[in-house]
Design a protein around this ligand. Structure first.
Ligand code: NAD
Length: 505
């Protein structure tokens, strides 16, 4: 247990679980007014305490203020404001036009209902964003919530724990703190949805536990996200953008560039440009730079340094130094890495080491990318739309960002999530609302028209069966007719009627 964070006892976990279950059934969180008040309070929680969050994030991983603002504070504020502005619209029933003729007179809607009592398991690298952004979605959609901030960033978790009951309804929304034992205890309960951010390995544990109760999951995972640099791209611009996508938060970001594929004849030029970028940003000794974060723990330093020291290929073009006490690892570029290197190219790096792999042609690069499981994001750098299109058409990934890094995740109008090993489901803005909502289909018929409806009742006859077919299956002819426009449509109508007339004779 950390000295700054008190873990929740098993009895308290049980009490919190029963509380959020019971409160959900009272309907308290279904009121839109209540939800808006709570989202406003969540906004205030972050806004009023912005400075304290910067301090906590600095203690946890020396996160520079600019990165704490852009990666933690701003997304939470923006998401709360989005829900305050859009909740009425999002919560409205969707009216649905019936497809079957037999339902033409009926009232069809999709109601947006909360899922129930949900569990959110946060992650440590963006401990404010990855806890409070899904929380905003869950509150907006009318759920009760247990939130477990990550114990690996204890200062931020302790601050969220302190502020939570001061701002939010303490019956509807509860905090649980802890590590493996407490997460395991939580996962035994029957939640109505589990939203987890973290590694694919723990993602599997979460999914197995959820399966016991047939609970739906959203898994925001990671993986090895590649960047393909094409020969036409300006290498200095590419180096800046990949540098941003690699050294933001010291590489501890799920959408960090994990490895770069560079044309073999550009390897040296790329390394030179990259060195220039890093020196310009962090100086000759990045350890002294206030703009460069630290690894979250010594355990994480050991893991990443181990990857560098035990690598099976590549030369360190620059960087490579570390200081375990200070949790420092220098921005490091390793060139001429072999794709088959089981250490550098095995697990996700999740630290400031960037392997660069040479490729001979684009097909070769695409082939390498496709040998790994689909990543959370794929980056490509080129001015040629055709080449970008070729990459899109021949690869799979959670998302794609062309000619930049990270920015697709920060744009909350786009859904964010992985595919397969990099995640299940997605969220942000409207997608978060959907993630935490049950779309309940409602068909309301009238108790009249019984003589027409009787066509589907026994005793069955050929006539009734034919009638049923007409009512249930769209005529292929009418689909063809729909495709015609203007004068053609009229002509097609005449021909269709004539065909029907002659068929019936
Ligand atoms: P992790 O998955 O190892 O741990 C997360 C939490 O799970 C911890 O709080 C821990 O208490 C709990 N846990 C660990 N082992 C457990 C077990 N056996 N049973 C039950 N609970 C257990 O987190 P990590 O590996 O430190 O996080 C980094 C990973 O998260 C990377 O793969 C990264 O890509 C991914 N990530 C994804 C996103 C995203 O939005 N997709 C964001 C951040 C991080």
């Amino acid at each position: 247990m950390s000295s700054v964070l008190t873990y929740t006892s098993n009895d308290s976990i049980e009490d919190s679980y029963h509380l959020v279950r019971r409160i959900f059934s009272t309907g308290k969180t279904r009121s839109l007014k209540f939800r808006k008040t709570q989202i406003q309070r969540l906004y205030d929680l972050v806004k009023d305490n912005e400075e304290r969050f910067y301090e906590a994030l600095a203690k946890d991983m020396n996160k520079p203020r600019m990165e704490a603002l852009s990666g933690d504070i701003a997304p939470c504020l923006e998401e709360c404001l989005f829900f305050l502005d859009n909740l009425d619209k999002l919560a409205k029933d969707d009216k649905v036009k019936p497809r079957m003729q037999m339902n033409a007179m009926d009232h069809l809607v999709i109601r947006k209902e909360p899922l129930g009592a949900v569990l959110i398991l946060g992650c440590w690298n963006y401990p404010v964003q990855l806890a409070l952004v899904p929380l905003a979605g869950a509150i907006a959609a009318g759920n009760t919530v247990i939130l477990k901030p990550s114990e690996i960033s204890p200062n931020t978790a302790a601050l969220i724990t302190e502020l939570f009951p001061k701002y939010l309804d303490n019956h509807c929304y509860r905090i649980v703190n802890g590590a493996v034992e407490e997460t395991t205890a939580l996962l035994k309960y029957h939640f109505d949805h589990i939203f987890y951010t973290g590694s694919p390995m723990v993602g599997k544990i979460v999914m197995k536990a959820a399966a016991e109760h047939l609970t739906g999951v959203t898994l925001e995972l990671g993986g090895k996200s590649p960047a393909i640099v094409l020969p036409d791209a300006d290498l200095q611009v590419v180096a800046n953008r990949i540098g941003f996508g690699k050294f933001y938060n010291c590489g501890q970001i799920c959408i960090a560039v994990d490895y770069v594929l560079v044309p073999e004849d550009k390897m040296d030029a790329f390394a030179d440009a990259f060195r220039k970028t890093v020196t310009k940003w962090f100086g000759e000794d990045p350890k002294q730079s206030p703009h460069y974060a630290r690894m979250v723990s010594q355990r994480h330093v050991d893991r990443v340094v181990g990857m560098l020291e035990n690598r099976q290929s590549g030369a360190i073009a620059f960087g490579g130094e570390h200081d375990r006490e200070e949790r420092y690892i220098a921005p490091t570029l390793v060139t001429d890495v072999k794709f088959k290197d089981q250490v550098l190219m095995g697990d996700e790096i999740f630290g400031p080491i960037l392997p660069v792999i040479p490729y001979s042609n684009l097909d070769d690069a695409i082939h390498m990318v496709n040998q790994n499981l689909p990543p959370l994001v794929l980056y490509a750098f080129t001015n040629k739309k055709k080449l970008a299109q070729k990459i899109l058409d021949n690869t799979q990934s959670g998302g794609v960002c062309i000619n930049d890094c990270l920015m697709h995740q920060a744009e909350y109008a786009l859904p964010f999530g992985g595919i397969g090993n990099s995640g299940v489901g997605n969220y942000h803005g409207e997608r978060s609302y959907r993630t935490f909502t049950h779309e309940r289909s409602v068909m309301a018929k009238k108790l009249n028209m019984e003589s027409v409806i009787a066509v589907r009742y026994p005793p069955y006859s050929d006539k009734r069966t034919n009638m049923m077919r007409m009512l249930m299956v769209t005529s292929p002819l009418s689909l063809k007719f729909k495709a015609y426009k203007g004068a053609f449509k009229k002509l097609a109508l005449v021909i269709a009627l004539a065909v029907i007339y002659y068929k019936r004779r």
